[in-house]
Design a protein. Structure first.
Length: 202
């Protein structure tokens, strides 16, 4: 008889199958290649906890009119960009649920790409962790995508050319040069951008 943890791990961490090289997942574009190396060190317990929180939160939102686990696809040149949006709602737009301790640039990038794929101009990042729960509005404005707190203060912002950014990221990714694409990845040792946190939305 297998251990209970073995049963759980088998269900949540299945063996990776051979993938189509012409399919790119949105999550692969939301962080630089250096961060992906660090991600391999994350414990399975951390990942499992995050997935369980996701499932419960999505279950609650689904009962309240949200469409959850929405698979999206968009052709970008020769490649198919694929993603699974946590939730979508007419009033809130794209909703991404995160269980990290802090808001990261990768969260904003991922949400922005989903908004671009669905042609939705608003979104939310909901941060749920052991310390606090927060909600951020995600908006495009004048070549930037921004995450704003409940007081309208910019907590994260990156330059984002709405029409051309994602095709450019795909090309960088397939060329093998996908390193520090935004110069703003807060998980990267090359992080040099000034913080937008002192700026207030006008």
């Amino acid at each position: 008889m297998p251990k209970i943890l073995d049963i759980i791990n088998r269900d949540y961490f299945p063996l990776e199958v051979h993938r189509d090289p012409y399919i790119i997942w949105v999550t692969e574009l939301s962080v630089c290649s250096e961060f992906k190396k660090l991600a391999n060190d994350f414990s399975s317990a951390t990942v499992l906890r995050g997935r369980l929180i996701h499932e419960r939160v999505e279950e609650i939102l689904q009962k309240n009119g949200f469409e959850c686990e929405k698979r999206v696809e968009k052709q970008v040149g020769d490649y198919t960009l694929v993603g699974k949006v946590d939730c979508v709602h007419n009033d809130y737009g794209v909703v991404e649920i995160k269980t990290a301790r802090d808001l990261h640039t990768s969260h904003l990038v991922q949400t922005a790409i989903y908004m671009w794929m669905l042609r939705i101009d608003k979104g939310k990042i909901v941060l749920i962790n052991d310390h606090e729960n927060k909600e951020y509005d995600v908006e495009f404005e004048e070549g930037y995508v921004m995450a704003l707190d409940e007081n309208g203060r910019i907590q994260e912002a990156i330059s984002f050319d709405y029409d051309n950014e994602v095709p450019m990221l795909v090309q960088q990714y397939v060329s093998g040069k996908y390193l520090h694409p935004f110069n703003e990845c807060d998980s990267c040792l090359l992080y040099t951008s000034p913080s937008p946190r002192d700026r207030t939305r006008y």
